[in-house]
Design a protein around this ligand. Structure first.
Ligand code: NI
Length: 143
């Protein structure tokens, strides 16, 4: 099977803070540092979504990028863009708003829609700053 990987990039910006209500101010500061700033801070996030498949004989596509783009717009960008991740996003309710946790939750939202569109989600890369990003493979170890 001639499998190939295709990646779609999208961007959004959002505010958050890393904070645990069950910890003291001092402990939050000690663990989360500047990211615990009570009055929030923001990031320009970049997300790279990689889908695996065999190119269709009819189209040459693993997945129609128009379909993938629509899924990402509806399930990710419209949910997160210009939002406060701690307050505004139902699927992050009660979840510490780290980049790791965000990537995991996004995976849960887009995995099935991508499958319905004919692809297999294999990787999410979520870039928080120019120096930090996470990669998630659905809990599998790719290497
Ligand atoms: Ni941050």
């Amino acid at each position: 099977m001639n499998k190939i990987y295709i990646t779609r990039r999208e961007t959004f910006n959002a505010a958050h803070k890393l904070w645990r209500e069950d910890w003291s101010d001092e402990k939050n500061w000690e663990v989360f540092g500047k990211c615990s700033n009570k009055n929030w801070h923001g990031h320009n996030f970049e997300i790279f979504v990689t889908v695996k498949g065999v190119p269709s004989e009819d189209t040459g596509f693993v997945i129609n990028l128009k379909d993938l783009s629509t899924i990402l717009k509806e399930e990710v960008i419209e949910q997160l863009d210009h939002k406060n991740l701690n307050l505004d996003v139902p699927f992050l309710n009660g979840i510490l708003a780290s980049t790791e946790n965000l990537a995991i939750q996004v995976w849960q939202r887009i995995k099935d829609p991508i499958r319905k569109a004919g692809g297999e989600l294999v990787k999410i890369k979520l870039v928080e700053t120019e120096n930090n990003y996470v990669e998630y493979y659905g809990g599998k170890e790719p290497f």
